[in-house]
Design a protein around this ligand. Structure first.
Ligand code: BES
Ligand code: ZN
Length: 370
């Protein structure tokens, strides 16, 4: 009997200590399994070794949320679909702000972020690096009273950061969202290995900071509200962005458009941007192509991820229109990501500045009600 009791207690201890650590991982629509942290890391490594980005959602905290992504492109064209052909009206303003883009600023943001030992969502430097991002937004706000910077807390250590330029007038309740993930990973990061994540995704955060600085200093006051979001825990299964997108949905926030910046400074052999065409909104993607042709003047080609490979997918899943412009063709992306070798010396800031142009055009065109 004593043996039975101690056996029961031992099993109890194992269950109690491991069960809370298991996460519910969705690897394809409707395909879910409970996985340990080690299994999740293996999954991610395996996907990338196969030369594809697959992506997965950690849906543990959102089990009952419906997947609204199939709403994409279905139904009678309403104002949301007409966005594809929306007239472009901001040429003059954009011409004035483009010369403000500083490749030096891009470099120094990426340098600071990739100098943290890691930006892992559970680590102290993951927390410190998000705080640094928040401090930069605050510095660039220059005390403007229509700008707020808030930290968004999750069920893990690292917070997301939301910097907001308030809209004015009748369209102020509509939001335009520019985002990128703040966290980094590397095989073995849990065991204390470095995860510089210079391209994935200090580059995207540098894009957001530089765009925000220029808009703030230009004095432009948008008609719609512009949210800049540095998401926590993307690498852990889009956890930060799912929390935020589901929260916006629950609160009924009117989000007109979302753009994701994730890997923006490594140039592939072919000089084109890759426009992710799955898990995005087709109408908004058409609009993005027009911005590239009209203002950025950089070639693009459509690419596919296969599944939700970055935070844009969290917004799509929550029923909002999102797009994801990427550094290269799918076969030519930075081979050093998710390793200690994802460092700044492999990146090209002049190339990266095209994404700042795109971000400025996206914010100013969609933030203005013509
Ligand atoms: N930056 C990558 C996404 C990416 C990599 C897009 C290569 C296109 C080409 C992102 O940080 C990432 O690593 N995503 C994971 C999925 C995520 C849900 C853990 C991936 O692609 O496996
Ligand atoms: Zn990544």
């Amino acid at each position: 009997m004593l043996i039975l009791i101690s056996l029961w207690m031992a099993v109890g201890t194992v269950l109690a200590s491991s069960a809370p650590d298991l996460r519910l991982i969705e690897t394809a629509p409707g395909v879910r399994s409970w996985m340990s942290e080690v299994q999740i890391e293996e999954l991610s490594t395996r996907i990338h070794k196969e030369g594809r980005c697959g992506g997965f959602f950690d849906v543990t905290d959102h089990v009952d949320e419906p997947d609204l992504s199939e709403l994409l492109g279905i139904g009678i064209p309403g104002p949301r679909e007409i966005i594809a052909e929306r007239p472009l009206t901001q040429a003059n303003r954009l011409e004035r702000v483009f010369p403000e883009i500083s490749t030096q600023n891009l470099y120094s943001s990426i340098k600071t972020l990739s100098d943290f030992p890691d930006r892992y969502f559970k680590s102290s430097s993951g927390v410190a690096s998000s705080n640094w991002i928040s401090d930069q937004f605050t510095r660039f706000a220059h005390g403007r009273t229509d700008i707020t910077v808030e930290t968004y807390k999750h069920a893990f250590a690292q917070s997301s950061v939301i910097a907001r330029i308030a809209g004015r007038g009748p369209n102020a309740a509509e939001h335009i969202i520019l985002g990128g993930h703040a966290d980094s990973t590397s095989n073995g990061v849990g065991a204390g290995r470095r995860a510089p994540g210079a391209d994935d995704n200090a580059s995207g955060i540098a894009t957001l900071l530089e765009t925000f600085r220029i808009l703030s200093e230009s004095g432009w006051q948008p008609d719609r509200t512009i949210d800049f979001i540095a998401y926590a825990a993307e690498e852990a299964g889009l956890r930060g962005s799912q929390d935020i997108a589901q929260d916006y949905k629950r609160r009924g926030v009117d989000v007109l458009a979302v753009i994701q910046f994730d890997m923006t400074a490594f140039m592939g052999k072919t000089p084109v941007m890759g426009l992710v065409s799955d898990n995005v909104n087709p109408g908004l993607n058409t609009f993005q192509k027009r911005l590239l042709d009209t203002y950025v003047k950089y070639s693009w080609r459509e690419i596919r991820c296969g599944y939700g490979c970055s935070d844009h997918a969290s917004w799509t899943r929550a029923g909002f229109a999102s797009v994801f412009p990427f550094e290269s063709l799918f076969e030519e992306y930075n081979p050093s990501i998710h390793s200690e070798a994802d460092t700044i010396d492999k990146l090209n800031m002049a190339f990266g500045s095209h994404f700042v142009k795109l971000a400025l055009a996206f914010a100013m065109e969609l933030g203005t009600e013509p």
